[in-house]
Write a protein that binds this ligand. Sequence first.
Ligand SMILES: Nc1nc2c(c(=O)[nH]1)N[C@H]1C(S)=C(S)[C@@H](COP(=O)(O)OP(=O)(O)OC[C@H]3O[C@@H](n4cnc5c(=O)[nH]c(N)nc54)[C@H](O)[C@@H]3O)O[C@H]1N2
Ligand SMILES: Nc1nc2c(c(=O)[nH]1)N[C@H]1C(S)=C(S)[C@@H](COP(=O)(O)OP(=O)(O)OC[C@H]3O[C@@H](n4cnc5c(=O)[nH]c(N)nc54)[C@H](O)[C@@H]3O)O[C@H]1N2
Ligand code: SF4
Ligand SMILES: [Mo]
Length: 723
Amino acid sequence: MKPTQPKGIPRREFLELSAKTAAGIGLTSLPLVGSGCLGPSPAKTVHGACYHDCPDRCSWKVTAADGKVTAFQAGDNPYTAGKLCNKMDAFPSDVTYHPDRLLTPLKRTGEKGTGTFTPISWEQAIGEVAGKLRAIVAKSGGEAILPYSFGGNQGLVQGEAIPNRFFARLGASQLERTICGNAAVAGVLAANGQTTGVLPEDCVHSKYLVLWGTNPILSNQHLWPFIQKARDHGATLVVVDPFRSRTTAEADWHIQPRPGTDTALALGMMHIILAEGLQDQDYIDRHTLGIEELRAHVQAHNPATTAQITGLPEETIIAFARAYAQSTPSLIRVLIGMEHQANGASAFRAVAMLPALTGAWRHHGGGLMHMTYELFGEALNWESISLPAELANPATRSINMVELGKALTDPALDPPIEALLVFNSNPAVTTPNQNLVRRGLERPDLLTIVSEHFLTDTARYADYVFPATTVLEHWDLFDSWGSTYLNLNEPAIDPRGESKPNSELFRLLARAMGYTEPYLYQADLEIVKNTLKSDHPYLEGITFESLRQSGGQRLTLPEPWIPHAEGNFKTASGKCHFHDAALEHPLPAYLPVAYSEEELRAYPLHLLTLKTPKYFLNSSHANVGHLLEKEGKPYLEVHPQDAAARNIADGDELKVFNPRGRVFLTARISEKVTPGVVCMPQGYWPSLLKGGSSANALTDHRLTDMGRGGAIQEARVEIEKIV
Ligand SMILES: Nc1nc2c(c(=O)[nH]1)N[C@H]1C(S)=C(S)[C@@H](COP(=O)(O)OP(=O)(O)OC[C@H]3O[C@@H](n4cnc5c(=O)[nH]c(N)nc54)[C@H](O)[C@@H]3O)O[C@H]1N2
Ligand SMILES: Nc1nc2c(c(=O)[nH]1)N[C@H]1C(S)=C(S)[C@@H](COP(=O)(O)OP(=O)(O)OC[C@H]3O[C@@H](n4cnc5c(=O)[nH]c(N)nc54)[C@H](O)[C@@H]3O)O[C@H]1N2
Ligand code: SF4
Ligand SMILES: [Mo]
């Protein structure tokens, strides 16, 4: 996920703004129009795109006849390349036509969490919810209401425009949407001022490719063919990952540091590069700031110290630093993985400095590859998506989404959260500190409203549930955070049952609240068309009509794309900042969490809760029978040494626990993890597991060192065999 970027706002400021739902820039008020959902005509094929929080943003074609989907196929643009993924191949039957799909509004009739509801009409549901929201606003003010949403639907209309306007008009608390991307981006921006570096397709030109904390075979599948092409041309593939992922199994070299120690590893590489004179001094002199401070800082990070922190042999660190610095073009691919460590943003910052130190940026396919959303930030007309100026009130309280459990249960929070409106997210599964989140959701005095496709573990706690349309049933426009393709999404069928797009839910609520501002009622299709009204050169040859004909189109970007060959960093100085006096830590600092001896003794294992499931996308699809079956039972990877010390055998049933919760898992003894590290999959719904808890029952809502992200992977546990 990425912070989408309005045009014309400086990046640093933008990051701050975009972390909040209710921030943005001016919009010209537009006339009131209807919902924007077009009815289908018999036997037609339309183009659309995947709505998921996935860097690939695949394009597809959907054929419908007599109002029913008859064919669902991948788009054939060069990036999607005729293939979706194992999660999405059967999307129409797995989601749109799934028998468990919610098709009417529901009102709770039993205890919260039990999933006991009765169907009611939209009219009744909207009337009652609006009445309750009005009463809360009158009694406690809008800030007592919290929207909670994330990447469940990444569409610019269904995920951003209308919902954001509604909540800002309501004066609701702003949600800092920081669970994915913010820490990574904060780190990269601190060094380079922008996250866009090497474009995905350009990795084919690199000769030394480092995948640093990312698992593309699973998480970024459409990048993988380009990586393979680079290898066909002779590139070496190195993966830096504390876990032996599916991708590491394919690499030439797997470097396996302790989790959360990447800042130290990158600083250790810099030590070696500078000590051995492997840096590109000319590039440094012309395009960077702070080399002398950096040189002094990395003195302490000699190979012996780096080895001690990372757990890697000194020879590995030295060989890696040399090979990286001496290969041309060298490319480092980062995405999200290590940002969820407590020191995660600093790790991104330190790693982002390496290409400037070695001058890798000079070459086509050399440098750092991270996100691509800034390109769309420049290309599109963001005034169409962002908030009207009069609605952007930075003084409104912000709640960090990572800390949802705390916010819902904090007696000192003034005003307390009295209503929670969840859409595009499933926090009972995906937000850290699951048991605290659950305690919040159990509060009898909390009004919880959830818009969903399914009765998720979050929806089970709702007072009212609204049925949402799937991506086959509404208009939208998709930018991307990992590819360079812009996609239009045209509905293939009418909304099933009584489902409605998010935009329509919030238009109906706005009307029932008595709001009259036209921007609250703008039609989806009109927002889509306005967003494309831009004469930016990246949109040359791309129009509503061309997108409608072709599905996804690549932005028209200059060739060859070598963004920092001549510096041109987007920092204040235009240079890569090795040192920045304005930051709390002017140089990237390796600062591990200081646990007490007692804590380390009681909970000696570092737990990684990773997005390793092949058939889930976060918690999405984890309720779909055949996908759940293929994914299998959740397990805990345990190193043989740790298993032996606890008398655990492969296949034993385990209790994994810490003060926040416990999860029951089957032991898998393997060297996929190093001693002291255990790993389990994220995404399973607690209600479907023994004991009713899943990965996030063990994680904490600690924030990262920069970017206010979630240090979800900074969790410590103990394990025992269940006898
Ligand atoms: N199949 C599938 N695909 C997905 C998703 C999914 O749930 N399932 N989720 C999507 C989403 S939301 C996102 S954000 C992307 C994420 O895609 P990626 O950026 O690839 O991130 P992750 O899969 O979280 O983690 C990648 C790797 O980082 C490693 N890692 C963890 N901690 C550290 C560390 O301290 N240092 C280093 N060097 N590595 C570390 C993990 O072991 C893991 O193998 O994937 C997307 N794609
Ligand atoms: N332990 C642990 N926790 C993690 C992570 C991890 O690696 N480990 N990864 C984190 C990351 S990177 C991310 S991005 C988050 C993701 O966390 P979430 O954003 O909560 O993602 P999903 O679990 O996919 O839930 C999205 C929900 O939105 C619903 N949805 C889809 N389309 C629509 C729509 O049009 N309208 C409405 N109303 N609903 C819709 C789907 O049915 C689904 O239930 O999880 C984070 N949590
Ligand atoms: S989840 Fe990712 S890889 Fe799969 S179809 Fe969607 S965008 Fe493509
Ligand atoms: Mo994510």
